[in-house]
Structures are given as structure tokens and as C-alpha cells.
Write a protein that binds this ligand. Structure first.
Ligand code: AHR
Length: 499
């Protein structure tokens, strides 16, 4: 067992970890909305006004803070009036991005905001810039948020909702460099300002940001849009196991090599955040504009036999380690990263829940969100852990990935309002357990509790065996005065609470 030294300085308080870093994304794609969230009032699956009760409970349990909706690429084809009023009168459309299936619009604005209220989370609505108009977008926001008298608020009331909803965030378009209209950054930033001028009612407006580490896109936006005109720039970056979009790799049958490659690729997020933060800092040193990582996660090939347009994949212990690395990175960069939304919440890409008819399963990624939830709204404090490079084989790195390392350990530490400390730490190695000697100078904590998530790297939860990868109480962490001794087994995520 190798030994590593770690240090935590709880007096070195770095930044607040916004709860929205633990956010999610739900698109009209495959079975995310229909079957995942919404089954309709007449379904035999227990529901509240059509929304699955098991899903509501599972999301409340992890204190889900925010959901982004209705897309994704779908958002820039979505016309909100199709999704209001009596369901039987709603227009049916073709979901051109995702499988060409019929979208009956039975889940629309009222259903989404009802869902947010049932779960107790903030709403983040993506407006249609690519194929919509400024008027359509501004009327939608007015419809949702205004308490005044107007044709839009009358329409809302006629459709059964007297009071306005709170919509904290709106996104001005999605991937407008790609599926949202193939625009260049100059053109988009002018369009952004036009939409910004006419949209009232949401607390924060988020601009469409770069594809991965496209620094030119971010710099153009930061130059052209003044900080008070936008509260955030979004960023999308997916982890592709093979780094090859044509053959991304399987979500459940993969080798150890592919496991390590995937995690090396996911560490690219560290460099992306560093570069993007650097550009934003040149124009906004007050950190008024947040970096909003509103699509992230692993993207693999779909499960054999499923609709290729539905992006349905399984979730293994690999995904849990990947989630822990990214969530720690977001915590560590929470001076600028103000929100992150894993893609996607249910039945699509790196989901926290999978459903099949009346069955629902919590994935390994769900459990990581559960183990990390105490970081929300707490203050990041200084921590450092000696690290070990895993498989530093240059031939592994794909040209252009700019990934030069794969550390075994990933960690972050926060202190909450009540003074409790939360440590989350993972070990990506499949070969080595670590003994971590952690010094916490001026530590006055008296009690400790810990949980662990560990399993074979490709272990997963299925509808027949839903508990294969589940967190357990962990006794491998001991507090001795100002020292913490952490046993960190290979392929594990550990969360520790000190009070
Ligand atoms: O999450 C799936 C798709 O990935 C989204 O619709 C799009 O924004 C991104 O390219």
C-alpha cells in the first residue's frame, strides 16, 4: 500500500461552491422526458400530475438544485406555444434532432415548471435563438415570470396558472456554433445582445459559450458583450472514451485500457477550465460572469438494439470515478464555475437514473451526487494531496487532446455554514490502494463519519440487480487530533464528514 501526504487548511477559504454546480440537464431526447420524468396522469406508474413519484423522491434525496430544459439541440427547434393549453389540442411535431420521432408536446412549460416545484429546484430554460424570434423568446419569459397584466399573463392564467413561476436562469440559445444555427462568434454575440435587450423576468441570462476549449469563441463574446449584459457563458464538453465520435466505445463492456483512456480524456476538463477562466479574467476580473458547464459527462455508443437517436447508455463504476473527478474540478474552480449540468438526467448519456416501465434504478453516478451533496453552498478550502501518475504513456494521448496526465487521486474539501468539513476523494487506480496521511492544522473536530463507493471498474446497477454499486458506511478513516488517516482503496470514491 503506497503512502501519500495530504494537507487541508480550513482557514484558507477560497470560494463559495454554488449549489448549481450539482445541476442537471433534461432534453426532449429519447426517454429522458417521456418515460423518464413524465408518464401522464393516466399511467399505472405512481405519479403526481403525470410526473413519476419515484423520480421526484430520488431527485429530492440528492437535493437536486437546478434543471436545464428543453434542450440541447431540441431547444433551437422548440416553439413554446406548441406545449401549452389543453394537451389534446397541442401540436405534434417531428423531433428532427433525436430519432425523427413524433413529439406530442404533452410535456411543456406548465409540466416542466410543475416538475421543478415538486422537486424544489431552480429552473433553467433554454430559449430558441436558432429558429425562433426575439419576440417569441421574450413573450415566453413574460408568460412564465410576469405578475403584471398582459396578453401573455392572461394566456397563462387561462391555462390554469395564476401566479408567475420563478425562472432563475435563461439560456440564449444552445450550441449556436453548431446545431443551434452554425453561427460564428461575432454574429452570435450581436444576436445575443438583441435577445438580451428584450428579455425581462429571469434573474440571469446565459450566453452560448464555446465548444470544448474554443478560446476564440469565448474571447469574442467577452470582448463584444459587456459583463452586465450576461451573467454566464456556457461551455459544453463531453468525454468520449476512444476520442473517436464514430466509435465512441461501449458503456458497459470495455477494457482496463479503455477505462484509463476515458479518465485521461476527462481530465482534459482541468485544462479547459484553466484556459477559459484565463480568458474571462482578462475582461472580467470581478468574476461577475460565471462559467456555466451546462453539458458534461461521458458519451458512449448506444446500447445495442436501442434507437441510435435516443443516446441510451449504461452507467458503471467508471462513470462514478469520472463524475467524482469532474465534480471535484468544478468545486476547485468555483471562483468562476457557477453552474454545471450533467448530461442527461434520465435514460440519456451519463444519467443518474434509468427507468424501464415502472422500474427505476439509481446509477453509480447518482450515488456520487448523493455523496457530494454537502458541498453545495459551502466554502471551498485549500487542500493538496501528493499524487501518482497512472500510466503516463505518451502514445496513449490523442493528438490535439492536450492531456498530459492522469492522476490517481482527485479531491476537494469544503466547510459549510455550521462549520462541518466535507472531503470528497477518489482513487482511479485499478492496481493500487493508498494510505493517506492528512494533516489538518488547527483541527478541532471531534467526530467523523465516512461513506465509500467501490466496485469493479465495469460494475453497474441493472433493473434485476439495482444495488450492485451502492455506497456503504466506511470505517477506513480515522481522526487523531490534527491528523486524518484515510485508507483509499483502488477504484473508489470516499466522502468524509468532520464535525
Ligand atoms: O446532450 C446531447 C446533445 O449534445 C445536446 O442536444 C447538444 O447540445 C449537444 O451537442
Amino acid at each position: 500500500m503506497a503512502e501519500l501526504k495530504m494537507t487541508i487548511d480550513k482557514t484558507n477559504r477560497i470560494s463559495k461552491i454554488n449549489k448549481e454546480i450539482y445541476g442537471h440537464f433534461a432534453e426532449h431526447l429519447g426517454r429522458c422526458i417521456y418515460g423518464g420524468i413524465f408518464v401522464g396522469e393516466d399511467s399505472p406508474i405512481p405519479n403526481t400530475r403525470g410526473i413519476r413519484n419515484d423520480v421526484i423522491e430520488a431527485l429530492k434525496a440528492i437535493k437536486l438544485p437546478v434543471v436545464r430544459w428543453p434542450g440541447g439541440c431540441f431547444a433551437d427547434t422548440y416553439h413554446w406555444r406548441d406545449g401549452i393549453g389543453p394537451r389534446e389540442n397541442r401540436r405534434k411535431i417531428v423531433n428532427v434532432n433525436w430519432g425523427g420521432v413524433t413529439e406530442d408536446n404533452s410535456f411543456g412549460t406548465h409540466e416542466f415548471l410543475d416538475f421543478c416545484e415538486l422537486v424544489g429546484c431552480e429552473a433553467y430554460v433554454s430559449l430558441n435563438v436558432g429558429s425562433g424570434t426575439v419576440q417569441e423568446a421574450s413573450e415566453w419569459v413574460e408568460y412564465m415570470t410576469s405578475a403584471n397584466e398582459s396578453p401573455m399573463t392572461e394566456l397563462r392564467k387561462k391555462n390554469g396558472r395564476e401566479k408567475p413561476w420563478k425562472v432563475k436562469y435563461v439560456g440564449i440559445g444552445n450550441e449556436n456554433w453548431g446545431c443551434g444555427g452554425e453561427m460564428n462568434a461575432e454574429y452570435y454575440s450581436s444576436l445575443y445582445k438583441q435577445f438580451h435587450t428584450f428579455i425581462r423576468g429571469a434573474e440571469q441570462q446565459i450566453a452560448c459559450g464555446p465548444n470544448g476549449n474554443d478560446c476564440n469563441w469565448t474571447e469574442t463574446l467577452m470582448k463584444n458583450i459587456r459583463p452586465h449584459q450576461m451573467r454566464g457563458i456556457s461551455l459544453h464538453n463531453y468525454t468520449i472514451p476512444t476520442n473517436n465520435w464514430a466509435h465512441k466505445g461501449s458503456s458497459m463492456a470495455f477494457s482496463e485500457k479503455e477505462y484509463y483512456d476515458t479518465l485521461a480524456h476527462t481530465w482534459h476538463m482541468e485544462k479547459i477550465l484553466r484556459d477559459q477562466k484565463g480568458i474571462m479574467q482578462r475582461y472580467d476580473d470581478n468574476k461577475f460572469v460565471g462559467l456555466i458547464v451546462d453539458e458534461w459527462g461521458i458519451w458512449t455508443d448506444v446500447i445495442d438494439g436501442t434507437n441510435p437517436g435516443f443516446l441510451y447508455q449504461q452507467n458503471t463504476m467508471r462513470d462514478a470515478i469520472l463524475a467524482s473527478i469532474n465534480l471535484n474540478l468544478f468545486n476547485l474552480n468555483s471562483d468562476r464555475v457557477k453552474m454545471a449540468n450533467i448530461a442527461q438526467m434520465i435514460n440519456v448519456l451519463q444519467s443518474i437514473l434509468l427507468t424501464e416501465g415502472e422500474k427505476m434504478v439509481k446509477t453509480p453516478t447518482y450515488h456520487v451526487f448523493d455523496m457530494y451533496k454537502d458541498h453545495m453552498e459551502a466554502t471551498l478550502v485549500y487542500s493538496n494531496c501528493e499524487n501518482v501518475e497512472l500510466m503516463p504513456q505518451p502514445e496513449r494521448w490523442h493528438p490535439g487532446m492536450q492531456v498530459d496526465h492522469l492522476p490517481a487521486i482527485s479531491q476537494s474539501v469544503s466547510v459549510d455554514e455550521a462549520g462541518k468539513m466535507h472531503i470528497t476523494i477518489s482513487n482511479a487506480s485499478l492496481e493500487e490502494d493508498f494510505d493517506i496521511d492528512c494533516a489538518i492544522p488547527r483541527c478541532d473536530y471531534k467526530s467523523i463519519s465516512a461513506r465509500i463507493l467501490t466496485a469493479a471498474y465495469d460494475a453497474m446497477n441493472t433493473f434485476d440487480a439495482p444495488e450492485t454499486v451502492s455506497p456503504a458506511d466506511y470505517s477506513g478513516v480515522k481522526l487523531n487530533g490534527e491528523n486524518l488517516a484515510i485508507k483509499l482503496p483502488k477504484c473508489s470514491v470516499v466522502s468524509i464528514e468532520l464535525c
